[in-house]
Design a protein around this ligand. Structure first.
Ligand code: HEC
Ligand code: HEC
Length: 301
């Protein structure tokens, strides 16, 4: 029994080590990614270190209004103008963006749909290649050319999730499904999954109607209803609490590793339990037992 226990210790500690590594590798990875985004944003917005503290706030505001538009224009010339034209007026390759507003541009860049590598390719969701500050700069610059819907700043503090659920069921679920998993519509059009958009992107999509999605203007959904539906998507579609133990919400990857640890651990235990018995059973059979235990033995016996 102690021998069997000792044989169990090695594989179990291997599994424990794997699980530990998994949790370490993925859980701080989350935090690291968030921190990276935050640092990226502050790095672009932070003023020169030499400025006295009292000037910092004023400088940040100035940065946003003038040199941010310049940054946006520069980035647009580099990454977008080859298709959309130097003044966003459009070309044979890509549509006019003037008058679409900052919200539309922000959504198309944040979702990774733009910039396209090839004008004939279908836009697909990919990581935003710009920092948040750069994306906002591009969007603000295009918005400054001819107006349009500005980038929203949804404040979900007073939003009603239950109202949001009925707005969603009536207006969004027909295409995105009630779980927000997304669905194929007719003509090869797909309503994407809503599991990863930020509150700002959801707000922008509802108000601007990207691609084949209808636009929900203020006459269709009030500002209040938009905030309710954004809150619903963020809270219940993106963080479903569908029973079971969520292990404190440490994340699906870490939770998966704990599942793996417990599951594989039990399998290893079972395997060793069985493995320990089999040689004894075979020994008994070899010493003249008349119970047949395999096709080979019965044929010749
Ligand atoms: C290789 C060419 C190409 C490049 C580069 C490109 N786009 Fe586009 N863009 C397109 C095409 C083509 C469409 C139309 C796609 C569609 O409707 O399916 C489009 C559509 C858009 C739309 C939606 C227009 C609408 O009517 O709803 C926005 C906004 C946009 N692009 C912004 C940008 C921005 C900002 C950049 C730079 C970061 C960029 N694009 C770079 C080709 C390009
Ligand atoms: C008629 C079908 C339809 C309805 C109704 C609809 N959508 Fe969409 N939605 C789409 C399609 C199609 C796209 C993808 C846009 C494209 O590239 O053509 C989309 C895109 C989106 C996106 C951006 C997803 C991404 O990948 O970044 C969000 C967010 C979104 N929809 C939310 C909503 C919400 C919230 C509602 C309800 C208020 C709603 N949609 C109603 C069809 C629909």
């Amino acid at each position: 029994m102690t021998g069997a226990l000792r044989r169990l210790v090695a594989p179990l500690s291997l599994v424990a080590a794997a699980a530990g590594l998994g949790v370490l590798a993925f859980a701080p990875g989350h935090a690291g990614a968030t921190a990276g985004v935050a640092t990226g944003a502050t790095a672009t917005a932070s003023p020169p270190a030499a400025l006295p503290g009292s000037l910092l706030a004023a400088n940040a505001t100035r940065t946003h209004s003038s040199s941010n538009l310049q940054l946006g224009q520069t980035l647009f010339q580099e990454s977008c103008s080859s298709c959309h034209g130097t003044d966003a007026q459009g070309s044979a390759l890509a549509p006019n963006l003037r008058g679409l507003g900052a919200a539309t541009v922000d959504l198309w860049v944040s979702s990774g749909w733009m910039p396209l590598a090839n004008p004939a390719a279908q836009p697909v969701v990919k990581p935003d290649r710009f920092t948040r500050a750069q994306t906002v700069a591009i969007a603000d610059w295009v918005g400054s050319l001819a107006g349009g819907v500005a980038i929203p700043h949804p404040n979900l503090a007073g939003a009603s999730v239950s109202e949001g659920m009925s707005v969603f069921a009536l207006n969004c679920a027909p295409c995105h499904t009630i779980t927000g998993a997304g669905d194929a519509l007719s003509n090869g059009i797909t309503a994407p999954s809503l599991h990863s958009e930020t509150a700002t992107m959801i707000n922008e999509a509802v108000r601007t109607g990207p691609g084949n999605m209808p636009r929900f203007g203020p006459g269709t959904l009030s500002e209040r209803q938009v905030l309710d539906v954004v809150a619903y998507v963020r809270r219940y579609i993106q963080h479903p609490t569908s029973g079971g133990n969520d292990l404190g919400g440490i994340g699906p990857v870490a939770e998966g590793f704990i599942g793996l640890f417990v599951g594989v651990g039990l399998c290893v235990l079972a395997a060793f339990w069985i493995g320990d018995r089999t040689p004894r059973d075979l020994d008994e059979h070899a010493h003249g037992s008349d119970v047949p235990h395999g096709p080979g033995t019965t044929e010749h016996g």
